[in-house]
Design a protein around this ligand. Structure first.
Ligand code: NAD
Length: 423
């Protein structure tokens, strides 16, 4: 969602596609990957762009633009979220789709990568309008998604209700198929643990990093930018682990209390008032001030390019855990490293969502339900295993966690591509 001409204190902002390519090329250089192989695995396999006429509540027809970018299915069916946002662009969806390919590969899931988006303002639309839009979009891409083709999931401004509409519309057209989407309501084939999976995964990685770096989680402090699905559930699980969540922001405000914020009361306040603003017992400040707050763990959980030229020097955290996709502008990363701040990359830190989506898909295919305890144990195993691999690679190669994660992921996709063959 970056305006390409936008400059943030001398640092250009990269859109998701540019950011993804930036990280990919650095890893491919290090892997000494040939240009033809790079092009083969970096370029999306298929791109779908659709125009969706939707009757609005006032009877007028509005034309929406939607995308589904199927980046790579070498290791399994395409997998990735669906985003509703006024600034969704084709290039962003391309970049987000490629991040899904690297994420599923890094976590060792038998899936590829995809992403969808519709340029719309869901906050200005009624639920009935959103349902009609979702059904139109599903109709438009119904021939290209499916349990063994491409499996969408929730992302920014989409949720289990949107997934239920998609599943219903697809099933009307192609026969009952709960495995066509993940992140569904439990009673419609959803999985225990999917709703909070991304935040739970971020908390698992933070706890592991804290243990490795002698920062006891019980005495640790966290600051979270973005208080939606991922931000809230990260805060909730960190709090349960004994960590103090001292600062939280959304688009309306940033709230701060050095003694720690009561996370569950804060979400109730947001649900009732629409924002964390004016939460009793906390200091309210401007949203941008979130990045200047002192903490051990900084968790950007909103959108891409949150940390950029005009704010990275304010950061007073030991480590940044990328709960959002692409929240650190790649051009300020060297500066953060010089400041001694570790960055735990998105393709590792926020992969809990796709891991439990994978479990949901498996349960749908098996027509068998797992318990919440099994889900949590399997999630933890997968995330800690990936974390260990990334840390070992980074240590062995003397590179950042991001470069190590990309090297591992890209190598797996390249290997699978070569073994399957191009013809
Ligand atoms: P969401 O729509 O539930 O929440 C987004 C939150 O960010 C909202 O609270 C919004 O107010 C806040 N926000 C937006 N701009 C902000 C700003 N400038 N300052 C402060 N807050 C701001 O979305 P989500 O599902 O929580 O996704 C958040 C991020 O996590 C996205 O980058 C998404 O791609 C990524 N992600 C989500 C999942 C998932 O399972 N939902 C999985 C992996 C990654």
């Amino acid at each position: 969602m970056a305006d390409n001409d936008q400059v943030s204190r001398g640092f250009r902002l990269l859109d998701c596609q540019e950011a993804s390519k930036h990280h990919f090329e650095r890893a491919a250089n290090r892997l000494k990957m040939k240009r033809r192989l790079r092009d083969w695995i970096l370029k999306p396999f298929r791109e779908i762009s659709v125009h969706l006429p939707v009757v609005m509540d006032d009877g007028e027809i509005h034309l929406f633009q939607g995308y589904r970018v199927q980046h790579n299915n070498t290791r399994g069916p395409y997998k990735g979220g669906l985003r509703y946002h006024p600034e969704v662009s084709h290039d962003d969806v391309r970049g987000l789709a490629s991040w899904m390919t690297w994420k599923t590969a890094l976590l060792g899931l038998p899936l590829g990568g995809a992403k969808g988006g519709i340029t719309c303002n869901p906050k200005a639309m009624s639920e009935a309008e959103l349902e009609r839009l979702t059904r139109k979009y599903t109709q438009a891409i119904s021939m290209d998604i499916g349990p063994s083709q491409d499996i969408p999931a929730p992302d920014v401004n989409t949720n289990e209700k949107v997934m239920a509409w998609m599943m219903d519309e697809y099933s009307k057209l192609r026969g009952y198929a709960p495995a066509v989407v993940t992140g569904k309501p439990i009673d419609l084939g959803g999985s225990p643990g999917r709703l909070d999976a991304t935040g739970r995964g971020v908390a698992i990685i933070i706890e592991q990093w804290a243990a490795d770096n002698n920062v006891p989680i019980e005495n640790g402090t966290a600051v979270i930018q973005g208080f939606g699905n991922v931000g809230y559930h990260t805060a909730y699980h960190l709090n349960r682990a004994g960590c103090r969540v001292v600062g939280v922001s959304d688009t309306g405000a940033c709230v701060y209390n050095s003694k720690g914020l009561p996370v569950e009361e804060l979400i109730k306040h947001k649900q009732e008032t629409g924002s964390v603003k004016s939460f009793p017992g906390a200091e309210t400040m401007a949203p941008a001030e979130v990045f200047g707050l002192q903490c051990d763990f900084l968790v950007p959980a909103a959108l891409e390019n949150a940390i950029k030229g005009d704010n990275f020097e304010q950061i007073k955290a030991r480590a940044i855990f990328e709960a959002a996709n692409g929240p650190v502008c790649p051009l300020v990363e060297p500066g953060l490293t010089e400041m001694g701040i570790t960055i735990v990359p998105d393709i590792l830190a926020n992969s809990g969502g796709v891991v439990v989506s994978y479990f949901e898909w498996v349960q749908n295919l098996q027509q068998f339900s797992w318990t919440a305890e099994t889900i949590d144990m399997e999630l933890k195993n997968k995330m800690i295993n990936a974390y260990r691999q990334v840390v070992e690679k980074a240590t062995a190669e003397q590179v950042s966690l991001r470069l190590a994660a990309y090297m591992l992921a890209i190598d797996k996709v390249a290997w699978a591509s070569l073994v399957r063959g191009a013809y």
